[in-house]
Design a protein around this ligand. Structure first.
Ligand code: UD1
Length: 422
């Protein structure tokens, strides 16, 4: 199949209204959670993106049927009989690991291929394992497959996570809801997607309190009392933040609908520090800018700190701001690949370990660029809209993982953008 590319004519202004899709990072976990209630659950506001397709495949391989109707998914988990998630799906998407907790909750055991680059006891999924072990799960590795078993059933425990890992909090939560007794998760991740997951679990019969704060308390219930549910996914704060950056970058005004502004407090604060005007309503945020962009310093942190998933987009703003900004990436290693592509467009960035020194330049130039990951891809398209001349963005598979109809939404805001076969 011919490669598809995005072609953008620069010097664009984004203005108008756009509605965000449901949050990718929520919907994926809600799909996994459906395993805990045998029968048909309905998930609404599910984004049309490729990662959702992969999670649907994961569930289907376990035996579930998944039917998509527009933005809704009907997931029937009654026929699920397997508790094995194969290598080819886990390597396609790390988030496949989020079926680990629900599978152990449902079957008392699971076999999930190890995500690439992971070792037990080393980084990456160590905290998932520590949390689940505290609930009574024993792990071993069998030829690259993580084999989990709870020989004496799951029992409640007090666990303090070493770091508020999103994935570890979710996996632990999804097992703890059917453990015997009470579980306390301290230093839990506070991302809004965790609160969304807990809301769905509670709608299925679980008893979870405190999700969205660092202290989550779970009163375990029996697996038999968990049932399917009908749940709507929360709006995607990262997609919202991406369009807000687009508005701030080009002047706007851009009004983003379908998002609770409270999810974006830190991003909104940084937009204002950088010279944008921001207004908010119950489920919308509007951004515009008439003054020059100003530099700022940003460090990524777990929620409610500045989200790592908006780091590339704000690096772009900093690249066109007056003065020098320092961006510090504290959550993921190797998350500055975007800087190299942006430099090809004329940005002035020096990288030093997990710090980026971004000296603002007056303008960027259109160029052929490659999206290196999901958020970098989205930010490069915005860069192309603001740059002088034409840009071609390659490797769209990254953008397709997480942004529904990104080109269509940007075109509706006035971008001169098209997606073509190269
Ligand atoms: C989720 C999001 C991702 C977001 C991230 C942080 C999904 C599908 N992805 O990823 O978009 O950028 O949260 O907000 O929801 N770590 C360990 N050991 C562990 C677990 C994590 O060392 O057991 C490390 C990771 O390598 C990383 C950091 O902790 O450096 C944060 O990871 P985590 O919060 O778990 O992120 P994810 O759930 O993978």
């Amino acid at each position: 199949m011919a490669e598809e590319v995005i072609i953008v004519q620069g010097n664009g202004v984004l203005a108008g209204d756009v509605t965000v899709s449901g949050a990718k990072n929520s919907a994926l976990k809600l799909m996994a959670a459906s395993l805990l209630g045998s029968g048909e659950s309905v998930l609404r506001n599910v984004p049309l993106i490729s990662d959702i397709g992969i999670m649907a495949e994961v569930l289907e391989r376990l035996g579930a049927t998944v039917v998509r109707e527009g933005h809704s998914l009907r997931i029937d988990t009654a026929p699920v009989a397997s508790c094995e998630t194969p290598y080819e799906l886990v390597t396609k998407m790390r988030a496949s690991i989020s079926v680990l907790g629900p599978l152990i909750g449902r079957f008392g055991r699971a076999r999930v291929a190890m995500p690439g680059g992971c070792q037990i006891g080393a980084r990456k999924i160590d905290m998932h394992l520590v949390g689940l072990e505290a609930l009574g799960v024993r792990f071993e590795v069998d030829h690259g497959v993580l084999v989990a078993e709870a020989p004496d059933g799951l029992h409640g425990a007090d666990v303090t996570l070493e770091f508020p890992s999103v994935g570890a909090t979710e996996n632990m939560l999804m097992a703890a809801v059917v453990a015997e007794g009470t579980t306390l998760i301290e230093n839990a991740a506070c991302e809004p997607e965790i609160a969304d997951l807990a809301a769905m679990l509670n709608a299925m019969g679980a008893q979870v309190q405190g999700a969205g704060t660092p202290h989550i308390e779970v009163q375990g219930v029996s697996l038999g009392s968990m049932h399917p549910c009908d749940h709507a996914t929360v709006g995607d704060r990262i997609e919202a933040g991406t369009f807000l950056v687009g508005g701030a970058l080009t002047g706007g005004p851009v009004t983003v609908h379908g998002i609770d502004p409270a999810f974006l407090r830190m991003a909104i604060m940084k937009l204002e520090q950088m010279g944008a005007q921001v207004e908010t309503g119950a489920d919308w945020v509007r951004v515009s800018r008439t003054e020059p962009l100003r530099c700022t310093d940003i460090q990524t942190l777990p929620h409610p700190g500045f989200p790592t998933d908006l780091q590339a987009q704000f690096m772009l703003l900093a690249a066109l701001a007056d003065g020098t900004s320092v961006i510090t990436e504290n959550v993921f290693e190797n998350r500055f690949m975007f800087a190299a592509e942006l430099m090809r467009m004329g940005a002035d960035i020096t990288l030093d370990d997990h710090h980026a020194l971004v000296r603002g330049v007056a303008s960027l130039q259109g160029a052929p660029v490659s999206s290196t990951d999901l958020r970098a891809g989205a930010a490069l398209v915005l860069a192309a809209i603001a740059a002088e001349g034409e840009s071609r963005i390659h490797h769209l598979e990254h953008i397709d993982r997480g942004y529904e109809d990104y080109v269509g939404k940007l075109a509706s805001l006035g971008a001169d953008i098209s997606r073509v076969s190269a």
